[in-house]
Design a protein around this ligand. Structure first.
Ligand code: COA
Ligand code: ZN
Length: 328
């Protein structure tokens, strides 16, 4: 991870945020959003999903979005893939990172990708082979996401052992990063600690990322719990857009603006300019309406005395530092 940041915040809005929305956002609006958010300092964005366009028309432009996003120098372009066919499409374009999803919940896996969980796990081995055969090892990172790892709206509680087993399989098959997802927003901080510690014990130093939905108001509390476990990569979506179309009751991801505000306030550098980030909301708002976006900071504004982490650092190194000035 870049030494100038403490926490990597990853925008998933153009994928997770839009997959459940019937209004098709124009390609140019998606790209305007992606470029503006990169401009605000976000360095990793999940820009599209390689699913059949018939199934999710929102991603009929996935090729075009990925191709153009790859021209943004310095951006890590991530795409979600649900199967080998999706991975082949993403590899053909040379994405920087594939996010392959498997649900720990067997029922959700069947509903989401229409196959048994074990079949999905085995497909990941084929994806690793396809990536390597294409000569893309070292170029395309293979990340695997464990959906419904913290609860499922079909099955309810998910056993930690099941999460551990899936994580272990994917790590051994060649995953270079694992993402643990609370797809339907069931998790609480105690559970987050339990699951992340169990997975960490299973997979050693493999990078772990957290993907939380704020469906029941526990999203940022879960981030703090994951931070306590040493997690430094978090998915979020601008305006809290998001939700799986194949998981009943799913709703938005944690709000990117609120996540950045909280991390900044805690003195953790994200590299993101919060003022510029707030301005990015105009892109999804222009297509979906401002009412479709959530966000506490967008609504309440920044605290009067607020300085972001970079401003605080500059102030602290300044010889004319005013007495008592602090970002907190
Ligand atoms: N991209 C484009 N086309 C694809 C594809 C992909 N990733 N995967 C399959 N297809 C095509 C096949 O080529 C086939 O086309 P044809 O009818 O012209 O021959 C058709 O889609 C059906 O293929 P099949 O393998 O039988 O797919 P399926 O109907 O069993 O559906 C998935 C499986 C995985 C493609 C589908 O369930 C899916 O896309 N799920 C993703 C759900 C999602 O995005 N959830 C939210 C994110 S977690
Ligand atoms: Zn999600």
């Amino acid at each position: 991870m870049d030494a100038t940041i403490d926490v990597l915040v990853r925008e998933v809005g153009p994928r997770d945020g839009l997959q459940n929305i019937a209004t098709v956002v124009p390609t140019d609006t998606k790209l305007g959003w992606i470029r503006a958010e990169f401009g605000a300092g976000v360095r990793e964005i999940e820009v599209a999903s390689f699913v059949p366009p018939r199934l999710i028309p929102q991603f009929a432009d996935a090729d075009s979005v990925v191709e153009q996003a790859l021209r943004i120098d310095g951006l890590t372009v991530v795409a979600l893939v649900p199967n080998l066919r999706g991975a082949e499409r993403a590899l053909a374009l040379g994405v920087h990172k594939l996010d392959y999803v498997v649900s720990v919940s067997r029922t959700h896996n069947l509903k989401n990708v229409r196959r048994e969980r074990e079949a999905s796990l085995q497909d990941f081995e084929r994806i690793v082979q396809a990536r390597d055969a294409a000569g893309l090892k070292g170029r395309t990172v293979l990340a695997a996401g464990l959906s419904t790892a913290l609860g499922c709206s079909y099955e309810g509680r998910i056993a930690v052992d099941e999460v551990r087993r899936c994580a272990s399989f994917l790590a051994e098959a060649g995953a270079e990063e694992l993402m643990i997802a609370d797809t339907v927003g069931y998790a609480d901080p105690r559970q987050v600690r339990e699951v992340f510690q169990a997975v960490r014990a299973e997979v050693g130093e493999l990078p772990l990322a957290a993907h939380f939905h704020d469906t029941r108001g526990t999203g940022l509390a879960n981030v703090v719990a994951a931070l306590d476990c040493g997690i430094r990569r978090f998915d979020a979506s601008l305006g809290g857009l998001g939700g799986c179309p194949f998981a009943p009751g799913a709703s938005g991801n944690i709000v990117m603006e609120d996540l950045v505000f909280m991390l900044d306030s805690m003195g953790l550098r994200t590299g993101v300019d919060i003022g510029a980030l707030l301005a990015v909301r105009e892109f999804p708002a222009s297509a979906l309406g401002a009412d479709s976006l959530a966000g506490a900071i967008a609504k309440a504004g920044l605290p009067r005395h607020y300085l972001d982490a970079a401003q605080r650092a500059a102030l602290e190194s300044s010889p004319e530092r005013p007495a008592g000035a602090t970002g907190h």
